[in-house]
Design a protein around this ligand. Structure first.
Ligand code: ZN
Length: 247
């Protein structure tokens, strides 16, 4: 084969059927950031790739880069299957939200080691998610914390400690994605309501390691407010709405 081959850690973000036996993979790789690849023969019973290339899989891949847009998977070693998460509907839903956020925010073929590390830590924490704590998947503290960290790494996350319009540090009552931050009562027009507990909750989710997101102990309202900040930031800065999050 002409072209060149390289080895990289990767997470499978999405897997689409391409033909009878082949699949197209959307990957987030440590070496190259976002990469599209084709895995040939994956649907055959005796495929050497087997079930190792499912969404959530953390793998080490040999990729061959030819002249086409898609690279070719020529080897797979499993690092973490995350089967525990794939086989539990709640964990899977939370996981798919995280994968979509990654697809939307990190679409460039450009390495970002911190984003890759955040992604693998998110998946590790997902496997370890406490059994008792089940909310609406979109309001799960782990996936909220992951998305806030991704927004921060993308440079989108506004600061929340003073009014973006006047600098006031007290009487903050809202969040304006358009202005890019928290707003005081005077400058609240067009903002979404945000309580001081909600702002403190967002700060906690940002500063806590992903594995401790649930231990931060956010209440239902705080988590709903964090989700609203994430959703409006996506709409305003990224121009998208998440498909995995229903209204
Ligand atoms: Zn103000």
């Amino acid at each position: 084969m002409r072209g060149r081959s390289y080895k990289t850690e990767a997470v499978v973000l999405r897997s689409l059927r391409f033909s009878e036996a082949d699949r197209i993979l959307h990957l987030y790789t440590l070496e190259r950031g976002r990469v599209g690849a084709i895995a040939k023969g994956i649907r055959k019973t005796k495929s050497r790739f087997g079930a190792r290339l499912e969404p959530l899989s953390h793998v080490e891949l040999m990729l061959h880069e030819g002249s086409g847009e898609l690279q070719t998977v020529t080897g797979v070693d499993l690092i973490h299957s995350h089967r525990v998460s794939r086989e539990d509907p709640y964990r899977l839903n939370v996981g798919l939200i995280g994968l979509e956020a990654m697809l939307r925010l990190f679409g460039e073929p450009e390495a970002n080691e911190r984003a890759f590390t955040a992604l693998t830590r998110f998946l590790d924490a997902l496997d370890e998610l406490p059994d008792g704590e089940r909310t609406r998947p979109a309001e799960d503290a782990l996936v909220l914390s992951f998305q806030l960290k991704l927004l921060w790494l993308s440079g989108y996350l506004p600061h929340l400690t003073s009014c973006i319009e006047c600098g006031a540090t007290d009487d903050l009552v809202g969040f304006s994605a358009r202005a890019g931050g928290a707003v005081c009562r005077l400058h609240r027009a067009g903002s979404i309501g945000l309580t001081s507990e909600g702002m403190a909750g967002i700060e906690a989710l940002l500063s806590t390691p992903l594995a401790d997101a649930h231990a931060a102990g956010l209440g239902d309202r705080d988590r709903r407010e964090a989700l609203a900040v994430i959703t409006t930031s996506y709409e305003e800065h990224g121009g998208f709405r998440m498909r995995t999050v229903s209204a």
